[in-house]
Design a protein around this ligand. Sequence first.
Ligand SMILES: Nc1ncnc2c1ncn2[C@@H]1O[C@H](COP(=O)(O)OP(=O)(O)OP(=O)(O)O)[C@@H](O)[C@H]1O
Ligand SMILES: [Mg+2]
Length: 471
Amino acid sequence: MSGRPSTSSTPVAHNALPPPSTTSASRSSRIAPHSHIKGLGLNPEGYANVDSAGFIGQTNAREACGVVVDLVKSRKFSGRALLLVGAPGTGKTALALAISQELGTKVPFCPMVGSEVYSTEVKKTEVLAEAFRRAIGLRIKETKEVYEGEVTELTPTEAENPLSGYGKTVSHVIVGLKTVKGTKQLRLDPSIYESILKEKITVGDVIYIEANTGAVKRVGRSDAYASSYDLESETYVPLPKADVHKRKELVQDVTLGDLDAANARPQGGQDIMSVMGSLMKSGRTEVTEKLRKEVNKVVKGYVDQGVAEVVPGVVFIDEVHMLDIECFTYLNALLESPMAPTVILATNRGNSLVRGTTDIVAPHGIPIDLLDRCLIVKTDSYTTADVAKVVQVRANVEGLKLGTGVLDKLAGEGDRSSLRYALQLLTPASILATIAGREQIELEDINEMGSLFIDAKTSASSITTSETYLS
Ligand SMILES: Nc1ncnc2c1ncn2[C@@H]1O[C@H](COP(=O)(O)OP(=O)(O)OP(=O)(O)O)[C@@H](O)[C@H]1O
Ligand SMILES: [Mg+2]
């Protein structure tokens, strides 16, 4: 290589790009395959706009998913299943993620892949059962007696330490709280003073103190203390309007899976509130069916009392053909249990053998009895124009500029091979462009990439023609 005369047009080595810096910034700017999908992109009447929320085309499937979102929101779809079928790269996984975005963060969404059930430590059915539990939410409403207001006074009162002659201890603390309606002076236990110090509360902060537990929470700094500087990390809150002493409704969202896990530890209590406190601790023993029943009983009690509300969520099982016959029959049973979430399944298989059997061939590799319980939505393959639009959306998300003819070329590649192949060429091509000192991806980058990386169909045909790589 060294003997080669260097000319200005020497091709640049493919690995000439400096390695990425290892700062955390490079991590945060990573782009996931579905990061351009922001929702289903439906209008208020439920019809799909051709190009909206990052989704292009596939209007029928999107509208069908929109109906499912409405049914889940109105709680009429629990215990039923939606099956997304279609060729690879037609947007099934993207549709499921869009559904989760449409449902919002308050509805639990538990995604898994069919092959996750094959673990050496946990039973297959156990993995499924756990996913189902994690997809049932519980919204717990508590009305608590609290003191809330802006701190006007914070005076610890010291007393001689009665146990030893040395030093002093805090005997109590006087806290003044102010709201629009009035002021109140509280005389509080020294333990509360410790939490006040921990939360770094000073005069001018808005806080609330729970009457029963003595827990102190800092809401923010009072508006009146807002300075005119723009660069502030502080959150300013208005002066509370109600009385200082009032009842406040607090809402917490947990899933049955969280409650099981928290209770599986030996010290877990029966009381939901004690469970809540232990949620953050890890290290758990196995969740048994008996324990789940116990948790269900407690939950039912709370629902009956009106303290809690059940929020059925969604379990998404991608590549569902990877489940075997035992999982499928268990899934049937789970779907019929009274506390079942909505189930979304996705597969790209046509007629295939049901795993775990030797002779049952079924559509999508799913036994007929489970198929019977599913609403089936088919994703269509894309036209060249659709592929071009998706490539453009991806290029925008990844911050890549495309030169003339590049979009058409990639759309053609996508049409010939698959949408995924066209999308996959984008990033490496952008690296080539950067190496060549260009900001824009040009046709030559795509051509070079096409010769470096072959698509699935070309690869498959090359195998069948040359029979084996060994000869
Ligand atoms: N209609 C669309 N609009 C925008 N992007 C799409 C669309 N369809 C697919 N994509 C994007 O194309 C890529 C492939 O789609 P996806 O992974 O959803 O395919 P899939 O149907 O799940 O395929 P497989 O059966 O192989 O799992 C993803 O990056 C996805 O975000
Ligand atoms: Mg997929």
